[in-house]
Design a protein around this ligand. Sequence first.
Ligand code: AMP
Ligand code: GLY
Length: 348
Amino acid sequence: MNILIVGSGAREDIITRSLAKSKDKPSLYCYGSSNNPGIAALTAEPIYIGDLTNINEITEFAKKHKIDFAVIGPEAPLEKGVVDALFQEGIQCIGPFKELARIETSKSFAMELLTSAGIDGCPNYCVFSSMEGVEWYIKNILGGVENCVFKPDGLTGGKGVMVYGDHFQTLEEVLGYAQELVNQDQGKKFVIAEKLEGEEGSLMAFCDKNGHIVFMPWVQDNKRRYSGDKGPNTGGMGSYSLANHLLPFLTKEDDEKARGIMRKTIETLNKQSGNPFIGILYGGFIKTKDGIKFIEYNARFGDPEALNALALLDHLESDLVTIFKAMIDGTLNEISVKFRNEASFALY
Ligand code: AMP
Ligand code: GLY
């Protein structure tokens, strides 16, 4: 069996290591953006270094190596439609079609899906593509700039969301961000949402062709710089998970609520699209004084959260190749997926 891993960072490293442990002994290939000696030590040939958004080149590479299925690590190739292109060539993927990846690549799409499906837990939000009504919404619905976050609609590499207190302090500043976006790209959407306060957590799930979902342990991606969360939000400082697969601030009810939101999301997404979401759904949640609320979705493993979750996969009972094959076949309900009851951490 030949498996292609697209991407060459820490997330793809743990995916590759986990696949390499499989009893199926697959031949692994990697199309990445840089060399990663950890991955290269496990692949059948050196990592092919290219552009992760060059869909034609990725497809040619997969055809050349007679790939049985590909695992798409990062979001950029998903947004460009790598899964659609590989599917045309008869190559299955762990990762959704471009249309379904909008659950990550468009914040307005994700929030509107939750609303249209009547899923409880979304913060108050409004989608704009001009300045009309922005100031009014912030003042009258959110009750002032201090309750506001600003989110450009598309992928921004984790750096696009602006939060009151961290990125702006005044109404003029946030209106300035919005105006800048409108000037740059007429018709480009952005979301203004209610700012939520609380601890954040990530819940990832394997999703198969028939809508079955298997959840992984909760992980917290620690984003604030400095001890005691005193510093600004960053792309990430490290991550941890606990032996009971929850987080210190989460109850069983919180876990059930988040799972329910994700189950309903997959059900709605699959029904709307007509195609199944095959891949990893990553839910970003926040525990507020009013309970669990939704922050964002990713259509892939989190980086670094994948390190925590996959390091805990019980390889004696749960083989990642078997899991991925079951996702493609729609038989996740028939196999055992076990995570060890141990804590984990990843430190940058
Ligand atoms: P996102 O790209 O949507 O995950 O947002 C990046 C980060 O911005 C999140 O991890 C949160 O820390 C913060 N954030 C996003 N939405 C909200 C919100 N509604 N309230 C408070 N913080 C938020
Ligand atoms: N750890 C956040 C992300 O992967 O987007």
